[in-house]
Design a protein around this ligand. Sequence first.
Ligand code: UD1
Ligand code: UDP
Length: 368
Amino acid sequence: MKKKILCVVGTRPEVIKMAPVIYELRNRSWSKVLVLATAQHREMLDQMMKVFHLEADIDLNVMKHNQSLSELTANLVQKFDRVFSTEKPDLVLAQGDTTTVAMAALVAFYHKVPFGHVEAGLRSGDCYNPFPEEINRRLTAQMAQWHFAPTRRAKDNLLKEGIPETNIFVTGNTVIDALFFMLAKRNNATNLGIDDSKKLILVTVHRRESFGRPMENILSAISLLAREFNDISIVIPVHPNPNVRKLVYNKLNNQKNIDIVEPLNYEDFIHVLSKAYLILTDSGGIQEEAPALGKPVLVLREKTERPEAIEAGVAKLVGTKTEKIVKETAKLLNDTKAYREMAKGISPYGDGRAAIRIADILETMLAE
Ligand code: UD1
Ligand code: UDP
């Protein structure tokens, strides 16, 4: 009998990081995969599903404009409950640290269905940084049966929390699988009119803990850099979260050297990433992808749960203060040696084979 696996996706990065796992499981004769989209993100989820040629078998359509975490949580719990009751999966599988993932793990636990956690064990050690993701991860770990840790450090974090070693597997991060997949077919990328004569700086911001003053500080730094350096061009694909969008347009609209664009599909984003000189971001996934492409990353956060790239010297935590962001960016623009030291192309997060490992492990585990 085939094993029924519900692969849950809610937001943009979950589609990107689950796509390789979904493809791999669909190739296995023992598995029947159903894609359950919560649509915690609507437009951005649809955009990524299209790029990866995926269709949802079930769509919970939970996104509401600027919804609160509590409203989202309550809605997810009720809707998961109904689906798990009717579908009776053998396994629920999800990636990362969103509210979709933590609630999928909780309801799977209530239904006594095993939960597999992709990208398990990331920890910043601070429950408000990133918020609410750090707690989402810790909750998920307590409820998951199998933990697919991207790195040895992530495994150690889980061991410290009492997760049995037999249930933890170091697989690499599936984002590197997705990145390699997209690099291979990148030729379809839209012509985005990038000015090759200038140094391209790619910027993304969206973290909840940065809403308000920290995000204003970040955007002030971007604005200052655009005015100070004539030989740079800044591209900022703006997240649709209204708390982000409003600030970005208020601070950066119609400014010389700055292009505010809509969220890019993954193919286009990887194209821009590979053309970039430097990345400024608070994103989790981009901290993993940029080192794999040899692009230095300045991390616009006070804490990160991805210290591996920082320790390898290819990413730097610069926080959310204007002065520090300007100083660190200017250094990489002015000092070729400092730039080269960060553009080493060390990729601590995976080798592009994580999804194969996850499918192999699940085959063994589900057979037992
Ligand atoms: C969510 C995740 C975060 C992840 C990020 C990836 C939670 C609590 N947060 O943050 O961990 O890093 O996604 O991008 O799980 N919106 C749209 N269209 C979209 C997506 C969002 O309009 O396609 C707007 C809606 O008004 C929505 C709001 O953004 O209510 C916030 O979306 P939400 O998923 O709650 O949080 P994010 O900030 O996107
Ligand atoms: N990304 C994209 N288009 C964009 C911005 C980001 O395809 O305009 C991709 C990026 O390559 C990465 C993922 O989206 O794989 C990161 O998503 P986000 O920053 O929203 O979430 P996080 O990783 O912080 O949870």
